[in-house]
Design a binder for this molecule. Structure first.
Ligand SMILES: Nc1ncnc2c1ncn2[C@@H]1O[C@H](COP(=O)(O)OP(=O)(O)OP(=O)(O)O)[C@@H](O)[C@H]1O
Length: 357
């Protein structure tokens, strides 16, 4: 039986003699919500545009629901794409914008009307059907752009940073809408963003890209809790994971900022004296008495957010570190504190950046 979903086989892309995608292999399960995330220029839009057929692949193969679509036109791939810029026709009403693609595909009048009304109702834009895009807010325009994708009943929805033109509050509410849409429609959705919060909250599966390569893929929880390397560790999570220069000194101990911390359960892969990166999430640090067992730190700046405080600290060797603090009275800048963390939360990366625990 042919595999369903979207399959990328050794996809490569060069613009002239610049290689931007270096052999991406990925299987996206039908019905899943996959988010491509990564810093600017990592190639996520290019990858999405190749799936859409808006950009040719330089090498490799793309399958959608068992069909090789590598050389097919966008209109023959069973996809619909939603762009950051909305790409609405300004001189047409919302209703005409929604119907346009279907008219071009010679869909019957009654069918068009039914699909437009159904999409308008799903997106709660029924009352806007006779307006023009110029008479809509940014959020409403983005709904129309999504509606235009829905009416086409695609197998796969592709979203290219659809929320980046909206203000912070609207982004959050549209994010919830898109999650609801996925739940209701059940289609495969592939979504590009550089915003790791958007990726964490929307995705079943996150694909973290850097320089045209996949660094890691997995559920948001897998990627957050067990980042494959220092890049993913630093990219996913806000504030980011603390990544500190340290040394493995043997006997289940790490030297950090002049002190020693116990880190049992250690994979026996390190040489005594080997340099490592010690990773610890801000929420896994506890503020304790400044005793021999704790990592001594000075609070440079304390950010008060009501329920939590972020403590921006400096270790004794000058390395910066952020700790999340929830318990007790707020801590003031300038104070010396001790920090402790459970060994199970320690993440250890070797010099190459790969995680070994
Ligand atoms: N048409 C093009 N011609 C030449 N180079 C291009 C072209 N399109 C993209 N690139 C290059 O390919 C790389 C990947 O670009 P792409 O737009 O896919 O990145 P991105 O991860 O989506 O970034 P952003 O978040 O900034 O949109 C970049 O280095 C970019 O400069």
């Amino acid at each position: 039986m042919a595999e369903t979903g979207v399959i990328l086989k050794d996809i490569r892309k060069s613009f002239g003699n610049v290689d931007v995608i270096h052999g991406v292999n990925l299987a996206i399960k039908e019905g899943s919500f996959v988010v491509f995330v990564g810093p600017s220029g990592c190639g996520k839009s290019t990858l999405l545009r190749m799936i859409a057929g808006l950009e040719e692949v330089s090498d490799g193969e793309i399958e959608i629901n068992g069909r090789d679509v590598t050389d097919l036109d966008p209109s023959e791939r069973g996809i619909a794409m939603v762009f950051q810029s909305y790409a609405l026709y300004p001189h047409m009403s919302v209703r005409e914008n929604l119907a346009f693609g279907l008219k071009m595909a010679r869909t019957g009048r009654e069918e068009i009307e039914a699909r437009v009304n159904s999409a308008a109702s799903i997106l709660k834009i029924d009352h806007l059907l006779d307006r023009r895009p110029g008479q809509l807010s940014g959020g409403q325009r983005q709904r129309v752009a999504i509606g235009r994708a829905i009416v086409r009943k695609p197998d796969v929805f592709l979203f290219d940073e659809p929320l980046s033109n909206l203000d912070a509050e609207l982004r959050v509410s549209m994010r919830v809408e898109i999650a609801r849409l996925h739940r209701e429609l059940g289609n495969t959705m592939i979504y590009v963003t550089h915003d790791q919060t958007e990726a964490m909250t929307l995705a079943d599966n996150i694909v973290v890209l850097r320089n045209g390569r996949i660094e890691q893929q997995g559920s948001p929880r897998e990627v957050y809790e067990n980042p494959a390397n220092t890049f993913v560790a630093g990219f996913i999570g806000s504030p980011r994971m603390n990544l500190l220069d340290a040394k493995w000194i043997g006997n289940d101990h790490i030297e950090l900022a002049g002190g020693k911390i116990a880190s049992p359960l250690m994979a026996q892969r390190l040489q005594d004296g080997e340099k490592i990166t010690f990773g610890i999430r801000p929420e896994n640090l506890a503020v304790v008495e400044n005793s021999g067992e704790a990592i001594p730190a000075k609070v440079d700046f304390a950010e008060y957010l009501g329920g939590t405080q972020y403590l921006y600290c400096q270790l004794d060797d000058g390395q910066p570190l952020v700790a999340e603090y929830r318990a007790g009275a707020p801590i003031e800048a300038g104070r010396r504190i001790g920090l402790s963390c459970a060994a199970a939360d320690h993440r250890i990366f070797e010099a190459s950046g790969a995680r070994i625990r």
